[in-house]
Design a protein around this ligand. Structure first.
Ligand code: BGC
Length: 669
C-alpha cells in the first residue's frame, strides 16, 4: 500500500484515498461504464445564469462576501436558444434548471404570465431536442415580498411557496417528469443563518433550527401536494441533498472525531434520517419532531457532492481561511480539496433511503480547466463502480453547464463546462466539456432509425397508398406506439425513413424526441432507404421496422452489441411458428427470408437490431434493394445474435392487424 492508498476506519466509517495513477478509465470512453439508459445531464440554477433578477439575493449582494452583484449574469434570459445549443452539444439527455419564483410571482398573488411562458417554452424547446427537463422549485432565491414576510423562518409562509409550486406543476407537469423540491436545505439554513454568507446573513442557532424544520415541512407538503395533483402519480419528485463529508483531521484525536461526528450529524444525518423516519431533529435541536408527510416523501434522492472537510474543534467558520486538507490532496479554486472517493460514501449514506439515487450536482471550480477533466473522470469512475456494486444510481448532472454567478463568491469561482467571458457573453467549450460530451456520447442510447415507408397494400383499399406505420391501431398510429416504447427505453433521437409517400408524415410529432424525417423520391426498399439517408445516420443506430411493435428491453441488447464489437447485432426469437435463420454460438450462420427453410433453421428475426453505420457505407448502393436480403447473407458469420423471446407484433395482414388491435386494447385496460 503506498502513502496515497490509505483507508482508516473506525466508528465514523472509512476515509479512503486511492492511488488514482493506477486507475484504468478506458471504460468511460468505450461506453462500458454505465447502463445505456443512464441519464446524462448538466445543471444550472435560475439566479446564477438568468440575469436581471430582483430577489433576496440581489438585495443582499452589495453586502455579500465578494460584494459582486449578479447583474445580467450569463444573460441566459435573452439567450435561451443559443444556450440550448450548448446543452445539445454536450450530448446530454437531461437538463436540470430552477424556476425563479421572484420572476413568476413578483408580488404576492400577482403572476407574471410572460415569465411562466418563458419556462414553458424552455421545456418545449428541450423536449424538441430530445432533452428531458428536470425542474428545481427552490434553489436558494426568494421573492422580496416573501423574504420580507420572513421566508422559511415562519411556518405560515410555507403556504405561499406551495401555491407557487402547485401553479408551476399545473403548467409544466404534462411535459416535465422530474422535479426537485428544495435544493440543499442544509446549505440554505447554514449559509443563511449560521455562517451568514447567504441572505439574510444572520448568525442564530435558534433561527437555523426553525428554518431547517420549515424547509423539511415545506418539502414534505410540496411532495404530498404535487403527488395528489393531475400527473402527480407519474411525476418523479425528490429532495436534493448536498452531502458534505466531515472527517476528523487526526483520527486519533477524540476532539477531532467528536467535531466531525457532530457536523456530520447536523449537516447530513439528521436530514436523511428525517426523510427515512418522518421525524426530524433540526441541527442543534435537542429532540426530534414528527413532520407530517415527511416519511417516504421522495421518489428519488438527489445528491449534490463536492468535497469532504477535515474537522478540528477550531475549524474556520469563514471561507477566506483555507480549509485543512490531506498532504496529497489537490485544492480546487474554492480551496477545498478534490476528493472523489467521498462520492461513494455519499451514496452509502443515502442508500439507506432505499430509493433511486441521482447525482443532481457534481463539479469543480477550476478556471484554467487543469483539474476538471480528472475531476470528471474520477467522479464518474466512482459512480460507475458503485452501480456495478449494486447501488441504484440513475443519473449524473454535471455542475455546471457554464461559468455563472457563484453566490457569495461572485464570478470568481468558475464551475462551467463552458467558459463564459462576462464582458462579451461569449461561451467557449472547455477541454473538460469535450471530455464530458464524449463520455455521454459513448454511453447514451443510440439513435433510432425506423423504416416507416412500406405501404399497406395488403391491408385493404383504405391503406393501399398509406404507409403502414401511420395506420391507427389501439387509438393511434402504430408509429406512435413504437415511439412511446423507444422513448420509454431512454432513446431520444429518432430518424424516420418515410419512403416515397413521405408527405403523409407532415405534421407528425412526438413530444420528447428529437424527430427527423428522410423522404425518398422513389420506392427504394429497405436497403435503398438506409443508403438514401446515410448522411443522417449516426455511427451506431437501432434499426426498427415501422410496422412492427417489438417491446423489448434495449439495455441488454445495446450493451451486448457494444461489448461484442460486432458490426450488427440482430434480435432473434426461437419462439415463432416459422424460422428464417440459423444461429450457432451467438452468431448468425444462415438467413433466408423466402420459401421453405432447412430443418436446421432454429430462429426468427424479431425486428430490432443495432447497426454500425460502416455497414451501410460499405455495402450501400443507389437504387432499390433489400437490406435483409443483401446484408444478412453477406455478413452472416459476423452478425451477432441477441436472443430475446419477447413477442413481436406485425400488421402484415388484416388478421394480424386485428390481433395487434386486440393487444393494445388489452394492455390499455
Ligand atoms: C449549489 C450551486 C452552487 C454549487 C457550487 C451547490 O451547493 O447548489 O448553486 O453553485 O454548489 O458551489
Amino acid at each position: 500500500m503506498d502513502s496515497r492508498t490509505m483507508t482508516v476506519s473506525d466508528r465514523m466509517g472509512v476515509e479512503e484515498h486511492r492511488n488514482w495513477d493506477d486507475v484504468d478509465y478506458s471504460a468511460l470512453l468505450n461506453g462500458q461504464a454505465f447502463p445505456t439508459n443512464f441519464m446524462w445531464g448538466v445543471a444550472t440554477a435560475s439566479h446564477q445564469i438568468e440575469g436581471g433578477n430582483s430577489n433576496n439575493w440581489t438585495r443582499f449582494e452589495p453586502t455579500s462576501k465578494s460584494g459582486q452583484e449578479s447583474g445580467i449574469a450569463c444573460d441566459h434570459w435573452n439567450r435561451k436558444e443559443q444556450d440550448l445549443d450548448l446543452i445539445d452539444d454536450l450530448n446530454v439527455t437531461h437538463y436540470r434548471f430552477s424556476l425563479e419564483w421572484s420572476r413568476i410571482e413578483p408580488e404576492m398573488g400577482v403572476w407574471n404570465e410572460e415569465a411562466i411562458a418563458w419556462y414553458s417554452d424552455l421545456v418545449d424547446r428541450l423536449l424538441k431536442r430530445g432533452i428531458q427537463p428536470m425542474v428545481t422549485l427552490h434553489h436558494f432565491t426568494n421573492p422580496l415580498w416573501w423574504e420580507d414576510l420572513g421566508a422559511f423562518e415562519k411556518e405560515e409562509n410555507i403556504i405561499y411557496w406551495i401555491r407557487f409550486s402547485s401553479k408551476m406543476f399545473e403548467c409544466l407537469s404534462d411535459r416535465v417528469t422530474w422535479w426537485c423540491t428544495i435544493n440543499e436545505p442544509a446549505v440554505y439554513a447554514s449559509m443563511g443563518y449560521v455562517l451568514g454568507e447567504f441572505p439574510p446573513g444572520q448568525r442564530s442557532f435558534k433561527k437555523t433550527r426553525i428554518v431547517s424544520l420549515n424547509l423539511m415541512r415545506a418539502h414534505a407538503r410540496c411532495y404530498r401536494t404535487l403527488k395528489s395533483m393531475e400527473n402527480g402519480a407519474d411525476a418523479q419528485i425528490g429532495l436534493v441533498k448536498n452531502i458534505n463529508l466531515f472527517d476528523p483531521y487526526r483520527r486519533w484525536n477524540p476532539l477531532h472525531r467528536f467535531q466531525a461526528n457532530l457536523l456530520d450529524g447536523m449537516f447530513n444525518r439528521c436530514w436523511i434520517k428525517g426523510l427515512k423516519t418522518g421525524r426530524f431533529k433540526p441541527p442543534s435541536a435537542l429532540r426530534s419532531i414528527a413532520v407530517e408527510g415527511l416519511k417516504d416523501s421522495s421518489d428519488f434522492i438527489g445528491v449534490n457532492y463536492y468535497t469532504h472537510l477535515l474537522a478540528t474543534p477550531f475549524m474556520p467558520t469563514k471561507v477566506e481561511i483555507d480549509p485543512l486538507i490531506r498532504p496529497w490532496e489537490e485544492r480546487t479554486d474554492f480551496r477545498y480539496p478534490m476528493y472523489a472517493e467521498g462520492l461513494r460514501r455519499a451514496f452509502e449514506m443515502v442508500a439507506q433511503l432505499n430509493i433511486p439515487i441521482i447525482v443532481t450536482e457534481n463539479g469543480v471550480a477550476d478556471d484554467d480547466d487543469d483539474m476538471r477533466p480528472e475531476h470528471i473522470r474520477r467522479h464518474l469512475h466512482i459512480t460507475s463502480e458503485a452501480i456495478t456494486d449494486g447501488f441504484d444510481i440513475r443519473g449524473f448532472y454535471h455542475w455546471s453547464l457554464m461559468d455563472n454567478f457563484e453566490w457569495a463568491e461572485g464570478y470568481e469561482q468558475c464551475f462551467g463546462l463552458y467558459h463564459v467571458d462576462f464582458e462579451t457573453q461569449e461561451r467557449t467549450l472547455r477541454t473538460s466539456g469535450e471530455l464530458y460530451a464524449s463520455i455521454a456520447k459513448a454511453h447514451r442510447m443510440p439513435q433510432v432509425v425506423i423504416l416507416a415507408g412500406g405501404l399497406g397494400t395488403r391491408l385493404g383499399e383504405k391503406t393501399e397508398h398509406m404507409p403502414k406505420s401511420l395506420i391507427e391501431v389501439g387509438g393511434k398510429p402504430i408509429l406512435t406506439h413504437i415511439l412511446d416504447w423507444v422513448q420509454g427505453q431512454g432513446c431520444n433521437r429518432v430518424l424516420v425513413l418515410t419512403g416515397h409517400h413521405g408527405e403523409q408524415f407532415d405534421g407528425f410529432t412526438h413530444t420528447g424526441l428529437d424527430l427527423a424525417f428522410v423522404q425518398e423520391t422513389e420506392q427504394l426498399g429497405t436497403g435503398g432507404a438506409l443508403w438514401n439517408a446515410r448522411d443522417h445516420l449516426e455511427d451506431e443506430f437501432i434499426l426498427l421496422w415501422g410496422d412492427d411493435y417489438h417491446p423489448i428491453d434495449y439495455v441488454p441488447l445495446v450493451q451486448s452489441h457494444r461489448s461484442k464489437s460486432s458490426p450488427l447485432t440482430m434480435t432473434v426469437t426461437t419462439e415463432h411458428e416459422v424460422m428464417n435463420l440459423q444461429v450457432e454460438d451467438g452468431r448468425l450462420l444462415k438467413y433466408s427470408k423466402e420459401g421453405d427453410v432447412p430443418d436446421d433453421f432454429n430462429g426468427y428475426e424479431a425486428g430490432t437490431s443495432v447497426v454500425n453505420k460502416s455497414i451501410v457505407l460499405e455495402h450501400g448502393k443507389d437504387g432499390a434493394w433489400s437490406w435483409e436480403n443483401t446484408i444478412y447473407p453477406s455478413l452472416a458469420k459476423q452478425i451477432h445474435v441477441h436472443l430475446d423471446a419477447t413477442k413481436f407484433w406485425d400488421m402484415g395482414t388484416p388478421e394480424r392487424l386485428q390481433k395487434l388491435e386486440d393487444f393494445f386494447n388489452e394492455t390499455r385496460r
